[in-house]
Design a protein around this ligand. Structure first.
Ligand code: C2O
Ligand code: CU
Ligand code: CU
Length: 483
């Protein structure tokens, strides 16, 4: 009895302090960064992948998935996976209207897939668990880009092997342009004032070798490391002019949530979320991102002087150092109107569909089921709009166990393939300005309920899942078929 009472107090305490994700509420994520590594490695910008296509309506790319070695620190070479290189992958830049062909070669000694996260396309091109590429074999998806300018990404999606393959290095960014993004006076010079930031975390031994799933809480909550890397680099710096920069943030981590802010405490502008530009910029001092989510932000460095340094932080943890070393205004702006968003109508919704996310560790489930590739969980109709009610429950025994092992912060998120969605409510309140753009991944705090509208544009079998990759691999995934 006494023990039970104590547990209750513990849970109460943790849930009071540990898991709120709103602005200005503090978080309790234990992060023990490698404070000993100085910020003296220049940020690496992934190469733009060469487009070998002929004519502006065709894009043709080559991607080879392979093994290589990376020195994270202490000059210890470690085996990693990458696309066309030893870790991560080049940035793929495409335009709305283009027909894209990607020649994927799997040169690993194991199966992989390449999933285009956030891309609307026919199911056979999706690169999910139904499109495995055997070792030594190739895969050639062809699809037409028909969606607004956005920051998307690509990563492996094999059944049960996603988490480890991403952790070993497989992830890359996709930049999608359209005529609207062309004409906005935003920073848009890739690698100059438009900077991709792929943010991931790892745990290392003291001699620089990555560790995976070494603690009980890794199993329960997913793998969270104590060292954050940006584009594969620990503690990088970036030389900056005192002008506006666009950063394309991708939370490519297996399981970690970030709450980004500037060390100066100044606000920045959020201009885009997962699937494209917002209607107008949202000025914020922080930004919470769960695994799989993207955002584009503009930081205005014009009030800083030469020699100033500041950091992008998550909680109290420094992620990247900005060194202001040139006084030059490049004349870009933060336009007050960014994009026209055609909102789906609740009145067009033909069905309410429930997705209930539950559990921790190996007991994760959606609607009390675990992934079975031979079972279709939901059937949808093409061109129809539906309301999805997605909720996360950590009530009951499994929630309690999760909290005891994990020290709070039990959350899930929800991602679906082949569709984009619009948030129409969170716990009964209307969406925040930040939540009003097209999304493909949403964070769910404990016992939250998010209502979304979505419409099915492509036929075939698609996945929905928690994007905490260990949860996904443990079966927190289902399949829907659009006919
Ligand atoms: Cu980014 Cu189904 O995944
Ligand atoms: Cu996806
Ligand atoms: Cu989950």
């Amino acid at each position: 009895m006494k023990a039970l009472k104590l547990t209750c107090i513990l849970i109460f305490f943790i849930s009071c302090t540990g898991h709120s994700l709103d602005n200005n509420r503090s978080y309790q994520i234990p992060v023990s960064p490698k404070e000993s590594i100085p910020f003296n490695t220049r940020l690496k910008i992934p190469d733009l992948l060469e487009n070998k296509g002929k004519g502006k309506n065709n894009a043709v790319f080559e991607l080879t998935v392979k093994k290589g070695t990376t020195e994270f620190f202490n000059k210890v070479p470690v085996i990693t996976y990458g696309y066309n290189g030893s870790i991560l992958g080049p940035t793929i830049r495409v335009r709305r209207g283009q027909t894209v062909t990607i020649n994927v070669k799997n040169r690993l000694n194991e199966y992989t897939t390449v999933h285009w996260h956030g891309m609307l396309l026919p199911a056979e091109m999706d690169g999910g668990p139904h499109q495995p590429i055997a070792p030594g074999k190739n895969w050639k998806p062809v699809f037409k880009v028909n969606q607004p300018a956005a920051t998307l990404w690509y990563h492996p999606h094999g059944l049960g092997t996603t988490a480890i393959q991403v952790y070993k290095g497989l992830a890359g960014m996709i930049i999608l342009d359209d005529t609207n993004s062309d004409k906005l006076n935003l920073p848009k010079k890739y690698g100059i004032d438009d900077i991709p930031l792929i943010i991931q975390d790892k745990r290392f031994t003291s001699d620089g070798v990555p560790l995976y799933l070494t603690y009980m809480r890794d199993i329960m909550e997913g793998m969270k490391g104590d060292t954050v890397l940006v584009n594969g680099i620990i503690n990088p710096y970036l030389d900056i002019k005192n002008t506006k920069y666009r950063f394309r943030l991708l939370n490519g981590s297996n399981a970690r949530i970030y709450n980004f802010r500037l060390s100066s405490g100044k606000p920045f502008y959020i201009i885009a979320t997962d699937c494209g530009l917002l209607e107008k910029p949202v000025k914020m001092k922080n930004l919470v991102m769960s695994p799989g989510e993207r955002a584009e932000i503009i930081i205005d460095f014009s009030s800083y002087s030469k020699g100033d340094t500041l950091y992008l932080k998550s909680y109290d943890f420094r992620i990247i150092q900005f060194r202001i070393n040139k006084m030059k205004n490049t004349g870009t702006s933060v336009p007050s109107a960014l994009a026209d968003i055609s909102f789906l109508k609740k009145s067009d919704s033909i069905k309410n569909r429930i997705f209930q996310l539950e559990g921790v560790g190996h007991h994760v489930s959606i609607n009390r089921k675990q992934m079975n590739i031979n079972r279709i969980d939901e059937y949808m109709k093409i061109n129809k709009t539906e309301t999805w009610i997605v909720s996360s429950s950590t009530r009951g025994m499994m929630g309690m166990m999760g909290r005891m092992h994990g020290g709070g912060n039990m959350f899930h998120n929800f991602h679906a393939h082949g569709v984009h969605f619009q948030i129409i409510g969170r716990n009964g309140r209307p969406p925040l300005p930040l939540e009003k753009g097209w999304k493909d991944t949403i964070l769910l705090e404990e016992n939250e309920e998010v209502k979304i509208l979505t419409k099915f544009l492509y036929k075939g079998i698609f996945m929905y899942h928690c994007h905490i990759l260990e949860h996904e691999d443990n079966g927190m995934m289902g399949q829907f078929r659009v006919d």
